[in-house]
Design a protein around this ligand. Sequence first.
Ligand SMILES: [Zn+2]
Ligand SMILES: [Zn+2]
Length: 283
Amino acid sequence: MNMMRRIARLLIISLVSFYSLAIFAHSEKRSEEGAAAIYLGNEAVLISTPVGKVLFDPFFHNDYGSYQFVPKGMRESIFAGKAPYDDITAIVISHAHGDHFSAEDTLAYLQKHKATMLVAPKQAIVLVEALDESGAVASQFVPVELSVGDKPAKQSLKAIEIESVRIPHAGWPNRKEIANLVHRVSFGESLSVIHMGDADPNDIHFKPHKEHWESKKNNMAFPPYWFYTSTQGGMILDQRIKALKTIGVHVPIDVPADLKNHGGDYFSKPGEQREITKSGLGE
Ligand SMILES: [Zn+2]
Ligand SMILES: [Zn+2]
């Protein structure tokens, strides 16, 4: 009888572990390569891979009346470092606009997560440096200072390589003083993702960097959604960057009709996920 009870208990334990595994697998959908993109809001995306994790543009407080904030619960999990937001190698910032960046939040996060680096345009880092107590996190700063036309800046952080190019902000030549960075983050040898910030969809900015775009396979790109609906955006993604898979971001909560009609993939609801695969295929 005692033996039977032990067996029953073992069975229950294995069933429970099986179900928690199944639930985990469900909550974080990963490709065969073990990599996933999880949407947080506006242009905030978590990239989770077996060799490292990055958070793009995770902290901001301006929605310009139409964009998606990162929900409160997600923000709390990020600050608490709760899975899947644990062991973040780097916070990677596209540019210092209020719908992409908050200096105060960034400082608070870095104070709590001493192993996480901040890769950002110098313009954004200066805003953090202006805050009291920023001295204590200065060793976590990786400032990128580029002019339009400069060769890509490269940083290696553990198994992650980050290459950044300055591409003018949408609306160019207006707002040309804002340093908008298009970052390519490579996780080990085989997976690269490109986050484009608020890039202007005009090939004159992308063409000079032809070699850079073609020097690696670009498995996934996150263009602002206007790349889908503008004249040259689609061509830049397909033929210049040659992204195997694209997911539009910066999508207004009230999704524009021309974006819906376009048929391209995009993120619009926090928590949405996509697998990142070598082929660009997958859900
Ligand atoms: Zn902007
Ligand atoms: Zn923006």
